[in-house]
Write a protein that binds this ligand. Structure first.
Ligand SMILES: Cc1cc2nc3c(=O)[nH]c(=O)nc-3n(C[C@H](O)[C@H](O)[C@H](O)COP(=O)(O)O)c2cc1C
Length: 251
């Protein structure tokens, strides 16, 4: 069991198989507490966390994400951008309305919700739990808005399946630091950059040798596949954002 924050961070891997044991109420409160101690943009705490415990609602989330294994997790959270709560606190004026509906406040809510998500992931891992963040809840935002009665100025940004791990996946090697950490000036690369070529070879070995779902894959090929997906699959996100009242500032 890791015993320092750094050990926990460096041991991260996503977990997608869980034992049947559910999280206790105390554990859930501890995880929320960890989320709430994250930094928050302009100290506005512009996010909310939804615990999904209803089996029928979890099944709908399984349909939306394609990840029916989430129904077997020890707990499921949805992290919401939330400017609705703060809207209730401010007097109505053209200025407050323009701010609340702005891209700036949308981004701030996304920062807050995302940072809170990662805090729960890391807090969970420090307690011996495993988890997987799910952007795939964005496959059908209108259905989520309806399912959870989400008011205007809220938006479901990430799901998180968390629980007691029933697997210990190998860690996925990350890009060499030369490709993601620059000093004073951005360093552009090409597909033949030696660090990238070496990383492709490293990931090829990882995918060939890992204990589950072995396949022929490199990082470059993976990225090409990701960018070749049907862009229409999540075409409804912008409309859903506007439906929730975001991105309505004057240009
Ligand atoms: C914003 C975000 C969205 C993600 N969405 C999904 C998802 O929908 N389904 C899934 O299985 N994993 C999802 N993941 C997990 C990534 O696939 C995973 O972090 C990545 O493959 C690296 O593996 P690791 O976390 O085990 O190191 C997501 C991760 C992030 C940060």
């Amino acid at each position: 069991m890791p015993n320092t924050a750094l050990d926990t961070l460096l041991a991260h891997r996503s977990v997608r198989k869980f034992t049947p044991e559910k999280l206790t109420t105390d554990q859930v409160h501890t995880l929320i507490d960890a989320a709430q101690h994250s930094a928050t943009s302009t100290f506005s705490q512009q996010y909310s966390i939804l615990s999904v415990t209803n089996p029928a609602k979890l099944a709908v989330l399984g349909d939306i994400t394609g990840h029916h294994w989430l129904e077997k997790a020890g707990h499921y959270f949805i992290f919401l951008v939330d400017q609705y709560r703060n809207q209730q606190l401010v007097p109505t004026s053209a200025t407050t309305a323009e701010n609340l509906h702005s891209v700036d406040k949308l981004l701030a809510g996304i920062f807050d919700a995302t940072i809170a998500t990662e805090a729960v992931v890391t807090a969970g891992e420090s307690l011996g739990l495993g988890s997987t963040i799910m952007g795939s809840i964005l496959n059908d935002v209108p259905r989520l808005i309806q399912l959870f009665d989400l008011p205007e100025l809220t938006f479901p940004i990430l799901g998180l399946a968390i629980g007691h791990p029933a697997e210990q996946p190998e860690q996925k090697p990350r890009l060499p630091q030369e490709l993601i950490h620059f000093e004073n000036q951005y360093q552009p690369i090409t597909a033949t950059e030696p660090h990238l070529v070496a990383y492709d070879a490293l990931l090829k070995t990882y995918y060939q040798q890992r204990s589950t779902n072995q396949r022929e894959e490199t990082f470059t090929h993976h990225i090409v596949t990701e960018f070749s997906r049907d862009p229409q699959q999540r075409a409804g996100i912008l409309a859903a954002l506007r439906q929730q009242g975001f991105l309505q500032e004057k240009q």
